[in-house]
Design a binder for this molecule. Structure first.
Ligand code: CMP
Length: 140
């Protein structure tokens, strides 16, 4: 299995509850390595650009408002089959559907305040990593 990268966001509901370490430990325990990390206050323009694929969805405005409601921690994660590995440990988008032992089952408050984002494909991972990180900020 190839070692690949994915992009992760620890969302404002999780940073607000001081869960950065707890979430990161679950990622690391799942076999992922944090090869880049930064805590930022996302701007409205960044949130709208990052989630542009969802701009026609009815929840877009609330999603953007939520993502700028507090600090987020952006991470590049590396591991074997990183996109799938990360999605497995995150659990379903809606915490009501998430399996036991997943990050969202453990910590998410709602489908919006669902604690983490993770890329859904290798192609999107590359785009999302490049949206927030320069290559020299990633140290594997
Ligand atoms: P994320 O993986 O960050 O990608 C888009 C986000 O939209 C998703 O996680 C959810 O947190 C958020 N969202 C808010 N409302 C909904 C909804 N009704 N259906 C799907 N996603 C939603």
């Amino acid at each position: 299995m190839a070692v690949t990268r994915t992009f992760s966001i620890i969302k404002p509901d999780a940073t607000r509850r001081n869960l950065t370490g707890a979430v990161t430990k679950m990622l690391e325990d799942a076999g992922l390595r944090v090869v880049a990390s930064k805590r930022i206050q996302m701007t409205k323009e960044q949130a709208e650009g990052f989630y542009a694929v969802h701009k026609e969805r009815p929840f877009f405005g609330e999603l953007v408002d939520f993502m700028i409601s507090g600090p987020v921690v952006l991470q590049v994660l590396e591991g074997e089959d990183a996109v799938k590995r990360n999605r497995d440990v995150m659990g379903a988008t809606n915490p009501a559907d998430a399996d036991e032992g997943t990050i969202r089952k453990s910590y998410a408050e709602s489908i919006e305040a669902n604690s983490v984002h993770g890329s859904d494909s290798d192609e999107n991972a590359k785009t999302e990593i490049e949206f927030f990180f320069a290559e020299d900020e990633i140290v594997g």
